[in-house]
Design a protein around this ligand. Structure first.
Ligand code: HGY
Ligand code: MN
Ligand code: MN
Length: 425
């Protein structure tokens, strides 16, 4: 009867483990077909039919690999190795990202991190690899907030931030989340069952495309993320008085679109002239009834403010609120802030960061430590666990657009570093 493998044997055999790059790339292509548009963009907005189809697709790939999948009450998809938890001495390592996309977005934002996490788990499972922590893969629900304006929904549920979530969330058209969430396998009345306590994870690791130009400009393969930007997403509703464009005198009009136009300019000036935050954007506006010869009745617009300094974000948010009140008064329209979701800037965990860097070095990949201008589920999970993020270069630094791309070798390299980091943690 041969002696059981020693720890040294296990770590040696684990160090030889490699992911299946062709399988990773093929799965990314297959997933991108779900919600794929003519221009190469992908639309799988959180809790939409396409999103549910994408999640079911990933769950089937996991089941084919002999892995088990569950959906928690928040709608997050979790993938496990059968029996893995029974032989582990330490809390689990969670790896993953989000499966939902923005409208007509890229094929990698979020999806890459989930497909790579599945690949890592399958590689461990096929090799019968032993680690002293269970490894769980996760596809977070509704990270983007593209349809239901509660970005980071799934990670906020997992991190137990239930008081920061609306009790009856709705989409932009007022459709309740409750039904869509239960179709995804979740349950709005059972969110507590999906929360993880602080200390219940060894770490959370998220592999993601950089969505910016730094790694490409420096010619580096791996990004070791040191911090993730803070962000405020405000959704504003302006109500005026609709009327005939031709017969309503200019005097006395209550036109919400005129107020919205002034507000858009004021938001941009926060980051340009007033330097109150790093970037400020209005990316979504809905005009009703949106008729060319009717003075609008209402306008809904979304404001996105980002900065790594919470105090600057506070100042920027305060300025938006004051400007909105002033413009609404002058324009004689009613303004309501429907939601204001704030995600604090976070630093990644130094031990996890060093483990990522060491893993990239072991594998011979060039690396750069950098901040993330994009928000990520990791910044929410940081409430309850040490987090780390691994970036790979984005071609031309673009994302949230159909041409979002990363070189295949870089996609494979990122997944290799994810696997090695899981083994080295
Ligand atoms: O908006 C962001 O930063 C992320 O892509 N959700
Ligand atoms: Mn995104
Ligand atoms: Mn993302």
């Amino acid at each position: 009867m041969p002696n059981p493998p020693t720890v040294a044997d296990k770590s040696r055999s684990n160090a030889s483990l490699r992911i299946d790059g062709a399988r990773l790339l093929d799965r990314l292509d297959r997933l991108a077909e779900i919600g794929g548009g003519e221009g190469g963009g992908v639309t799988r907005m959180g809790f939409s039919d396409a999103d549910l189809e994408g999640r079911a697709h990933v769950a089937r790939r996991a089941a084919e690999a002999g892995l088990t999948t569950t959906v928690d009450a928040g709608g997050n998809l979790l993938i496990r190795r059968p029996g893995d938890h029974r032989r582990c001495a330490r809390p689990p390592v969670l790896i993953g990202s989000h499966l939902d996309t923005v409208a007509d977005g890229g094929r990698l934002d979020g999806a890459y991190g989930v497909i790579a996490a599945l690949e890592v788990l399958q590689t461990l499972h096929e090799a019968g690899a032993e680690t002293d922590h269970e490894t769980i893969a996760i596809g977070f629900a509704n990270e983007e907030g593209a349809l239901f304006p509660q970005p980071f929904w799934g990670s906020m549920v997992l991190a137990g931030r239930l008081d920061a979530l609306p009790s009856e969330p709705e989409d932009y058209a007022g459709k309740p989340l409750r039904d869509a969430l239960s179709r995804a396998g979740g349950d709005l009345s059972q969110l507590k069952t999906a929360t993880w306590a602080p200390g219940s994870l060894t770490a959370y690791l998220e592999l993601h495309v950089e969505q910016g130009p730094v790694l490409e400009r420096l010619g580096r393969t791996i990004g070791v993320v040191e911090s993730i930007t803070g962000r405020i997403h405000m959704s504003v509703q302006l109500h005026g008085r609709a009327g005939h464009a031709g017969t309503t005198p200019m005097e006395g009009r209550r036109d919400p679109l005129v107020v919205a136009a002034s507000l858009v300019g004021a938001v941009q000036r926060l980051a340009t002239e007033e330097n109150l935050c790093r970037v400020a954007t209005v990316g979504r506006m809905e005009v009703l009834p949106n008729s060319p010869n009717t003075i609008p009745d209402s306008v809904r617009l979304d404001i996105d403010l980002r900065d790594s300094d919470p105090a600057r974000l506070d100042a920027a948010e305060g300025t938006v609120r004051k400007t909105l009140a002033d413009l609404a008064r002058v324009g004689n329209v009613r303004a309501t802030i429907e939601s204001a979701v704030r995600s604090a800037p976070v630093h990644t965990d130094p031990v996890v960061r060093d483990t990522i860097a060491a893993s990239a070095t072991e594998l011979g990949f060039s690396q750069e430590t950098l901040p993330s201008g994009a928000g990520h589920d990791a910044q929410v999970v940081a409430d309850i666990a040490p987090v780390g993020m691994i970036f790979v270069p984005s071609i031309d630094g673009v994302s949230h657009v159909p041409v979002e791309r990363t070189a295949p070798d870089d996609l494979v390299a990122g997944a290799e570093v994810l696997l090695r980091t899981v083994l080295n943690l």
